[in-house]
Design a protein around this ligand. Structure first.
Ligand code: PMP
Length: 300
C-alpha cells in the first residue's frame, strides 16, 4: 500500500523525475488490459553507513529477466535502472521504504502488442510490514503452473492468481493464503516464499511454480551462517502441518512467522530459529554484519 501521495512525492518515468500526480497512463495501456507488465519490489534501509538498497543488482537482474520473458525491449540498461533506483531514493525523503520499478506497454487494444512502446516507471513508498503470527489457509486456487506462465518472472498478470487465493482465504477469516502446485505439492504464498523448521533443520519447497525469491536465497545463506542446515526440497501439505515453526519471506513482507496452517497450530509466538534468522536478517540489511556488506548498495 502506498502510504502517501502528495506534492513532495516524486516518480521516475522513462528517465525523468516528475511530480507524483503527473505519473499517469492512458486507459488503453496494453498492460492494464492484458497483465503484460513486469515489476520488482526492492527495499532500502537506514544502515550504519547511510541509506542502502538491499540486493539491488539481483533485483534489477530479475526485472530484466522478467522483461525478457515477455520479449519487452527496454531502452535503459541495467546500470541505468540501478542508478535511477538510487536517484529515486535520494529524491524522496524516506529513510527506509519500498521501491517499485514497473515495465509496461503503451497504448494498444490488440492482444499481441506489436510496435507498442515499452515504458518504465519507478515509485517509492514508505510501506512497512506490520503483520506477524499469521493464520494461514491453503487456498483452493492452485499456483499458476510453469507450463502456463513463466514462474520465475514477476509478470503482473500472474498476480491475478495471487489475489484470487488471498480473496479466497480472507473471505473465510484467515490472514494469508498458501498455494499448492498442480501436483498438490507446496508452492508459495501470494507474494512470499515459505520456510518450515523441524528441529534445527530449515526446509523450503522447490516447487517450479514458485518465484525464486531473493529473500529466500538470503535466508538459505543466513541459515548456513548461523550453523543450521537448510534444504530445498519438495514438501507436501502434511509436512508443513507437522513443522515446529513456519514463516513466510519476501522483500515486502520480510520475515513473518506463521501461527497456524489450516487451523493446525504451529506456534503461539515466533519460534527460536525463526527469531534468530529474522534478527540476523535485520542486522544484515542495517549494515551491522560486514560479511554481508556486498548485499548493500549505498545510495551515495
Ligand atoms: N513469491 C512471489 C509470488 C512474490 O511476489 C514474491 C515477492 N517478490 C516472493 C515470492 C518473494 O520474492 P523476493 O524475496 O525476491 O521478494
Amino acid at each position: 500500500m502506498l502510504a502517501f501521495s502528495g506534492d513532495f512525492m516524486k516518480a521516475w518515468v522513462n528517465g525523468k523525475i516528475v511530480p507524483w500526480d503527473e505519473a499517469k497512463i492512458h486507459v488503453t495501456c496494453h498492460s492494464l488490459h492484458y497483465g503484460t507488465a513486469v515489476f520488482e519490489g526492492i527495499r532500502f534501509y537506514k544502515a550504519e553507513k547511510g541509506i542502502a538498497v538491499f540486493r539491488l543488482k539481483e533485483h534489477v537482474n530479475r526485472l530484466f529477466n522478467s522483461a525478457d520473458a515477455l520479449s519487452m525491449e527496454l531502452k535503459f540498461s541495467r546500470n541505468e535502472i540501478e542508478e535511477a533506483v538510487k536517484k529515486m531514493v535520494r529524491a524522496n525523503n524516506f529513510e527506509e521504504g519500498y521501491i517499485r520499478p514497473l515495465i509496461f506497454y503503451g497504448e494498444c487494444l490488440n492482444v499481441y502488442p506489436e510496435n507498442v512502446s515499452v515504458n518504465c516507471a519507478i515509485v517509492i513508498s514508505d510501506f512497512k510490514n506490520d503483520k506477524d503470527g499469521l493464520k494461514v489457509k491453503i487456498s483452493r486456487f492452485k499456483r499458476i503452473n510453469e507450463s502456463a506462465t513463466v514462474s520465475e518472472a514477476k509478470i503482473s498478470g500472474n498476480y491475478a492468481n495471487s489475489v484470487l487465493a488471498m480473496e479466497d482465504v480472507r473471505r473465510q477469516g484467515y490472514d494469508e493464503a498458501l498455494m499448492l502446485d498442480e501436483d498438490g505439492m507446496v508452492s508459495e504464498g501470494p507474494a512470499h516464499n515459505l520456510f518450515i523448521v523441524k528441529g534445527a533443520l530449515l526446509l523450503s519447497p522447490t516447487s517450479k511454480s514458485a518465484l525464486q525469491g531473493i529473500t529466500r536465497d538470503s535466508i538459505l545463506r543466513i541459515a548456513e551462517e548461523l550453523g543450521y542446515t537448510a534444504i530445498e526440497q519438495e514438501l507436501e501439505a502434511e509436512d508443513i502441518k507437522e513443522a515446529d515453526e513456519a514463516f513466510f519471506c519476501g522483500t515486502g513482507s520480510e520475515i513473518i512467522w506463521i501461527k497456524s496452517i489450516d487451523d493446525i497450530g504451529i506456534s503461539d509466538e515466533i519460534g527460536e530459529v525463526t527469531k534468530k534468522i529474522k534478527d540476523k536478517y535485520f542486522e544484515i540489511v542495517k549494515g551491522k554484519d560486514k560479511k554481508f556488506d556486498n548485499w548493500l548498495e549505498y545510495i551515495s
